[in-house]
Design a protein around this ligand. Structure first.
Ligand SMILES: Cc1cc2nc3c(=O)[nH]c(=O)nc-3n(C[C@H](O)[C@H](O)[C@H](O)COP(=O)(O)O)c2cc1C
Length: 382
């Protein structure tokens, strides 16, 4: 039996990942900015809402499929873009993309992924692929990334707007965590304490951020710390630039990292097809509001003009129901599948999706609803 098959919750996958990874690597995935108030707040926000179940309804058959960006999705769920996955599991990006393909849900590839735009298109086809672009100081490089995504038939471009500079991730500072690795005495001991992980890195080589190859970037800067990846990103990036990107990109445009209703309206007027209410999983602005708390006003502000998604703190099927009841069309998950892949590769990522799907179905049955379209504010205690 594979290790991940014994995990019954996302939290148990997290514990397995923690056991397998060196402390510095686990903390990079698990951690947030500064005091991690927003990281904790994302999670805590879910417990402030209560579902009011209805009973004696036939819930023998439940359907969890929905539409996202006008196409069928087998779950109201997509994989959030996350960088540096290969440092947790060699080939981890492709492993998660394959799990998403098996589940027939969209997969978001990060600019700072450890698999290239083309490799994902090749290995995860025919799943739905979204490419997340950061706007770099080197604009020509960003344009080239966007063109590559277009050439590789990515359905949507995700522009992440909550990272004008990198967040202050203090766990990384304390752990001397950097990409590429810095081999300080502390790190060598830490890496050696997880021989299975260290062996995989030795045998296959330390991964690289393939999409950034050719850029004079942190990936080539031995003094860079992971939490300062923002140094390549352009803090002058603004609404005019977003408009320019909208004009260049033929596919769907998703703007990720919105918290304010005015910004939501502006992104819509500029031609966004979808928004992600997000604070980057608590890794950027600390003391920022929980994503779930920002959701209802944004959903109300933009109405049906675009699809509103949310991420941050989704660890349970009931979280998905709560988010949808508060106006989201779908949720994105970051750490849930990251913990799974770090625990057990593709089997672990798939296990994370199995758990969330199973919990979603069970929650719907316990609430007396048989389809996603039946989820609404009436399910919540007012
Ligand atoms: C390790 C890690 C790396 C991330 N890298 C990126 C990234 O490259 N681009 C991006 O837009 N968001 C990135 N995010 C944020 C996620 O897309 C998402 O917003 C967040 O993980 C959602 O919160 P959750 O992890 O609680 O599900 C990253 C998150 C984590 C945990």
């Amino acid at each position: 039996m594979r290790a991940s098959a014994r995990a019954h919750s996302i939290d148990e996958l997290r514990a397995l990942a923690k056991r397998r990874l060196p402390r510095a690597v686990f903390d990079f995935f698990d951690g947030g900015a500064e005091e991690e108030l927003t990281l904790a707040g994302n999670r805590a926000a879910f417990s402030q809402h209560h579902l009011v179940p209805r009973v004696l309804r036939d819930v023998s058959r439940v359907s969890v499929d929905t539409t996202l960006l006008g196409k069928r999705s087998a779950l109201p769920l997509a994989i959030a873009p996350t960088g540096a996955v290969g440092f947790g599991w060699r080939g981890g990006d492709i492993a998660i993309a394959r799990s998403a393909a098996r589940y027939d849900i969209p997969y978001g590839l990060s600019t700072s992924a450890t698999a290239s735009i083309e490799a994902i298109a090749e290995h995860a086809a025919p799943s739905r692929r979204w490419f997340q672009a950061y706007v770099l100081r080197n604009r020509a490089f960003t344009d080239a990334l966007i063109e590559r995504a277009q050439a590789a038939n990515y359905e949507a471009l995700v522009i992440t707007v909550d990272l004008p500079v990198g967040g202050k991730r203090e766990r990384d500072f304390r752990n001397h965590f950097a990409i590429p690795f810095r081999y300080t005495a502390r790190n060598v001991l830490d890496f050696a304490s997880r021989p299975r992980w260290a062996l995989a890195m030795l045998l296959h080589g330390v991964p690289e951020m393939s999409n950034l190859r050719g850029l004079d970037s942190v990936a080539n800067n031995a003094n860079a710390t992971a939490s300062s990846v923002g140094r390549n990103y352009d803090p002058s990036f603004n609404w005019n630039d977003l408009e320019r990107i909208r004009a260049r990109w033929n596919g769907k445009l998703i703007v990720k990292g919105i918290a304010h209703t005015d910004d939501a309206r502006r992104a819509v007027s500029l031609g966004a097809d979808a928004l992600v209410v997000s604070n980057h999983g608590g890794r950027q602005l600390d003391a920022g509001m929980p994503a779930l708390a920002a959701l209802p006003a944004i959903a109300a502000a933009v109405g049906d003009s675009v699809e509103v998604m949310i991420d941050g703190g989704v660890r349970r099927g009931s979280d998905i129901v709560t988010a949808l009841a508060l106006g989201a069309k779908a949720v994105l998950i970051g750490r849930a599948t990251l913990y799974g892949v770090c625990a057990d590769g593709e089997a672990g990522a798939t296990r994370a999706l199995d758990i969330l799907r199973d919990e979603l179905v069970r929650t719907m049955q316990l609430c007396g609803i048989a389809s996603i379209s039946e989820i609404g504010p009436h399910l919540l205690q007012q």
